[in-house]
Design a protein around this ligand. Structure first.
Ligand code: FAD
Length: 311
């Protein structure tokens, strides 16, 4: 049977859009070149927050995500934890974090030599676990997921009257959008030596320090290297990440390295969430695709309803 909507992409944007559409009553099929655990979404840290992204609706989309991730922290299988931690800067800054209820970090909260920061609680998401949870929730709606690569979005309209483009960086080839660019991220996964709070550096530098606890594992980051699409692990970058994080929490220096992750943030001047005929674009979420996923999926459903009414 033909679905009502074909979603291209099975990262966090495609799966969340698929869930929202199916739960709104649409028959959904997802077609994806890579399965969820092989996407950039699986490589992400991830902490809720609007990093490397721009769009006037970011606050609304982010607030919806915050509400949902806060609820999901109570669901043992979802891989979401509410953690307390610090966002800090090496230089004095008045920039406040986006989250409500942040308090100025005291000297005891900051590593030696750091100038200022904020303390707050935020959802930290274990992406491989979370993506599997999303997939299960999607499959429970009766939606299907098939492997396949579209060469043109219009080809999808032969399979369904509505196509949703959630292809992340893949949208560059599908749409010819040359404002979309990769920003390479790399993470080191170590056995957690007992770090329970997150730490995120506030900086515009391409290399920075962040530590995200995931139970018995700890993710160390990171970098955001514009235009770099090399997929292999850079061992020198991994070394620098460990050194920077060890300057924040010395106990991570000798932690056992369990693995490495590399991913490519889909950077764009603004998120593209709009309708073009019977195609809905939902890509270009930069370093905030997880943060914005639920809010954007809600808007995808509204656009799909609009297309259905026009037909
Ligand atoms: C190291 C790192 C850390 C990050 N940390 C955070 C964080 O803390 N918080 C946060 O919110 N975000 C974070 N991000 C950003 C976040 O990971 C991305 O914004 C998000 O994963 C993008 O998701 P997506 O589903 O749009 O794209 P992707 O995850 O890239 O998925 C794209 C999907 O489309 C498919 N596809 C592509 N082309 C085609 C085609 N032609 N036909 C069919 N299928 C196709 C792919 O196979 C894949 O299934 C981080 C990213 C990195 C790399």
């Amino acid at each position: 049977m033909k679905p009502d909507v074909l979603v291209a992409g099975a990262g966090v944007s495609g799966l969340t859009s698929g869930i929202r559409l199916a739960e709104a009553g649409f028959q959904v099929r997802i077609v994806a070149a890579e399965m969820p655990l092989d996407t950039t979404s699986a490589a992400a840290g991830a902490i809720w927050g609007p990093a490397y992204v721009d769009h006037p609706e970011v606050p609304r989309w982010g607030d919806e995500g915050l509400r949902i991730f806060t609820d999901l922290a109570g669901d043992a299988g979802a891989g979401v934890r509410m953690l307390t931690g610090v966002e800090a800067s090496r230089v004095p800054t008045s920039a406040a974090p986006w989250v409500h209820g942040a308090t100025a970090a005291g000297p005891g909260d900051l590593p030696d030599g750091w100038a200022s920061g904020w303390r707050f609680r935020a959802p930290v998401i274990d992406m491989p676990v979370y993506l599997q949870w999303l997939l299960k929730r999607y499959e429970a709606t009766g939606g299907e997921l098939i492997r396949g690569r579209l060469t043109r979005l219009e080809d999808g309209l032969a399979d369904a009257p509505v196509v949703v483009n959630c292809t992340g960086l893949g949208a560059r080839a599908l749409t010819g959008d040359d404002t979309l660019a990769a920003s390479r991220g790399q993470i080191v996964v170590v056995a957690n030596p007992g770090v329970e709070e997150f730490f995120v550096e506030m900086t515009d530098d391409p290399e920075l320090a962040y530590l995200l606890p995931q139970g018995d594992r700890l993710l160390l980051g990171g970098c955001t290297i514009a235009g770099d699409e090399s997929p292999g692990i850079d061992p020198l970058m991994a070394r620098r990440i460990i050194d920077r994080c060890a300057a924040v929490r010395p106990e991570v220096r000798d932690a056992e390295v369990l693995g490495h992750r590399v991913g490519f943030r889909p950077i764009r001047p603004t998120v593209r969430l709009e309708r073009d005929g019977s195609i809905i674009h939902n890509y270009g979420h930069g370093g905030a695709g997880i943060t914005l996923s639920w809010g954007c999926a809600t808007d995808v459903v509204a656009l799909a309803r609009e297309i259905a009414q026009d037909r």
